[in-house]
Design a binder for this molecule. Structure first.
Ligand SMILES: [Zn+2]
Length: 300
């Protein structure tokens, strides 16, 4: 079964990689939206959890392979994997992300840039790994030749977590990379990672959460990460209960849609288990999805 969906954005060849599945509480995923409404769109299991992808983006760029987010990784305990219903095991004790790279003929060593939209465990967990045969359980960079990129204020937010936010941040996903200098920090509201690959702060899910915009030869593709985690979150008020500043998420979405619809952007959703993405269009109910791309059979 394939873990890869390939698309062309101008001159850039782009792959959505299925880095595994997680199951999160449906109520938390839809915030103030009542269950009778969200349940019509997505079924909950016996523990009220919904099935979610951990999808990453791989860009074949002249400057080398650029990876956006890295899934959960292989460092968490069995108890943790059960709580979050994680299905991301790959070959040789690594993860589905490495399997997806291998499907394209790439090794982790080939990746040149890794962008973390934010440092939550389901986005930055695959930044580092523990070799399955390492008795000392040393945390190593998954992508030894890559420059990692995160936002300086997101890191500060993670490093000063409070009782509400601490459960999402595990230092082993980023602290070793910062200590070694392999993770670089972006400042300010936006930045260019490599030509045609831009990060933009889209606050709300976290105060310095970033979305990624690919632009090439007049075409655009948005990776909004947790600003619009699934196609079901396209309506403006469908905002996750996890978000620390939900009214800022609302304005981030409004701004992205305004530009995205004017410029005809496509979109790839990080957490939608059924829909990889499509094109944002203006419909009867606001922003809707056209040209839907279904997910490859990603179940183990
Ligand atoms: Zn997430």
């Amino acid at each position: 079964m394939s873990r890869v969906t390939t698309m062309q954005v101008g001159k850039l060849r782009v792959h959505a990689l299925e880095a595994g599945i997680q199951h999160l509480d449906g109520g938390a995923m839809f915030g103030v939206v009542p269950k009778p409404l969200w349940e019509k769109r997505i079924a909950a299991d016996a523990r009220n959890r919904i099935r979610l992808a951990m999808r990453t983006l791989l860009i074949e760029h002249d400057d080398g392979l650029v990876l956006v987010d890295s899934g959960l990784g292989n460092k968490e305990t069995q108890k943790f994997l059960d709580i979050y219903g994680i299905e991301n095991a790959g070959a040789d004790g690594r993860t589905a992300l490495e399997d997806a790279l291998a499907e394209l003929g790439h090794r982790p060593e080939d990746v040149k840039v890794v962008v973390s939209t934010h440092l939550h465990f389901d986005h930055a967990g695959g930044n580092t790994f523990i070799a399955p045969d390492d008795a000392e359980r040393r945390v190593q960079p998954t992508f030894p030749n890559a420059r990692y990129v995160a936002h300086r204020r997101e890191y500060a937010y993670a490093a000063h977590a409070n009782e509400r936010t601490t459960a999402s941040y595990f230092p082993h996903n980023y602290a070793p990379l910062i200590e070694s200098g392999q993770m670089q920090m972006i400042d300010g509201p936006a930045g260019t990672v490599v030509p045609g690959v831009r990060v933009m702060v889209t606050p709300g899910h976290t105060p310095w959460h970033m979305s990624v915009l690919l632009e090439s030869a007049g075409e655009g593709l948005l990776f909004p990460a947790d600003t619009v985690p699934t196609a079901h979150h396209l309506p403006l008020p469908w905002i996750m209960g996890y978000d620390v500043e939900p009214l800022r998420t609302l304005e981030s979405k409004r701004a992205l849609y305004y530009r995205g619809m004017a410029e005809g952007w496509r979109v790839v959703f990080e957490h939608d288990a059924d829909t990889v993405g499509g094109r944002m269009v203006s419909g009867e109910k606001g922003t809707e999805l056209a040209e839907r791309m279904g997910a490859p059979a990603a179940s183990p």
